[in-house]
Design a protein around this ligand. Sequence first.
Ligand SMILES: Nc1ncnc2c1ncn2[C@@H]1O[C@H](COP(=O)(O)OP(=O)(O)OP(=O)(O)O)[C@@H](O)[C@H]1O
Ligand SMILES: [Mg+2]
Length: 315
Amino acid sequence: MADQADKLRSLRLVTGGVSADGKTPPSHRGRRAGPAFDARGPIPDRPRVRSIALTSGKGGVGKTSIATNLAIAFAREGRRVLLVDGDLSLANVDLLLGVVPQKNLGDVIFGRASIEQVVLKTVDGVLLLPSASGVEELADLDDFRRERLLRELARLEDSVELILLDTGSGIGRQTIHFARAADDVVVVTTPEPTAFSDAYATLKVLSQGRLRGRPGIVVNMAATPEEGRETERRIRLVAERFLQLKPEYLGHIALDPSVGRAVRQQQPLLKAFPRSPAAAGIEALAARLLVDPPWPEPGEVDPEGFFLKVANFDG
Ligand SMILES: Nc1ncnc2c1ncn2[C@@H]1O[C@H](COP(=O)(O)OP(=O)(O)OP(=O)(O)O)[C@@H](O)[C@H]1O
Ligand SMILES: [Mg+2]
């Protein structure tokens, strides 16, 4: 593994805002890294961007629907949001937003496209990175391609305040990369026993390694608020007892036919049915996540940035 470790070290040296002598250079807030791929100097520190990953154990519990509409809710509150489709198996955020991606990160890696050509501007100004496939394999790329991709992603990161990740279901390697790199992880479940036992399994895997924040739980497709609370209580009791983990209940989202109707119209729920019960639930979730945990302080910098954290995660 020495080879891998060397690669990761070199990654930090050229992109981590840390100079070759190991000291962090003075902050260059507001300065863009720019596309100077041949300049091997460190990328400047950048303002810290908040990141939230949505994940689940069982598939089909509503992660993509929630992530897409949550991104819109944040954008409507004036936040610059990047929605990342981190689902390798079935990229479908674009479908919910009614856009058709033409290029992907592979095109950036091979120099066929800039990040601006890959990212799509969608509903209410939400930026969409259609498929983040490849980011977690950065360590396997040759130096030139890796640096090119990281610099492009850093430039993208400079232009947003929040990165929202829609990950795949199950505890695949890629999902763990994203969940560990994010400030906050939101585990989505439904009241179905198979869904909440899989949510517990997800928490268990996540608790075996480092997490940046306390994981949150959202109960989607709840028939009543009580059903949401009861589902959350069952997961929390087991998590407290066996994992010494106290997940935070972030609320429920109603079981609501408007969600399916919006999908069929290829429109996001918040646009098609803004007054529906599920839209209200997503707005309440956004309102909660807008204040808690707190946003980075003005001037707070992050020498790594989100995508480098994903790339540097080794395990
Ligand atoms: N609150 C809700 N009420 C009714 N139906 C819902 C609700 N949330 C999601 N759905 C429906 O459930 C299905 C799965 O939703 P979605 O694709 O968002 O789940 P997912 O967790 O992203 O799935 P996957 O694991 O396949 O990525 C969709 O048909 C969607 O319309
Ligand atoms: Mg999905």
